[in-house]
Design a protein. Sequence first.
Length: 166
Amino acid sequence: MGLPVSEAHAPERPEAAVGWVSAVVYLWGIQAPRPGQPFGAAAAEAAGRLCKGKRLRVAARSAGPEDRITGSVVAEETGSPGEDTTGKDTTGKGNAGKGNAGKGNAGKGSSGNQDVGRALIRLGLAWQDQRRPSSAQLRSLEQEARREEVGLWQQEAPTPPWAWRE
């Protein structure tokens, strides 16, 4: 899943080393459903909710052509005191998605910041990327989402994006 980021710092890229750049960041260690794939829209919407109104801090792991960065993205709280920045539904309308996709504490650090990739896995809206090196934490979060049958794990046999064809 790629996220448009307006403030992405990529120290290994010479043009980024002098400050902040616009970039598309692909979340390291995860694979989310593709557009048109079951839960693809829900994953994109959840990523948008996790990032909306937040400062996004990127820990780049690799950089490629056309400002393509692969890295971890942390959505940092930027609200003023008393403002709800938890991502929880405060409208009283409930979660329109399936499972607990609106759960506000998924992937949250102790400071209220959220790792977007971890949150998507915990919400059952992404797989840990089995084709590349990943972390034990991502594998553990995926196993927990599977056990709880949230998000795409409600399906009997969800097809990972690397195997999916329209």
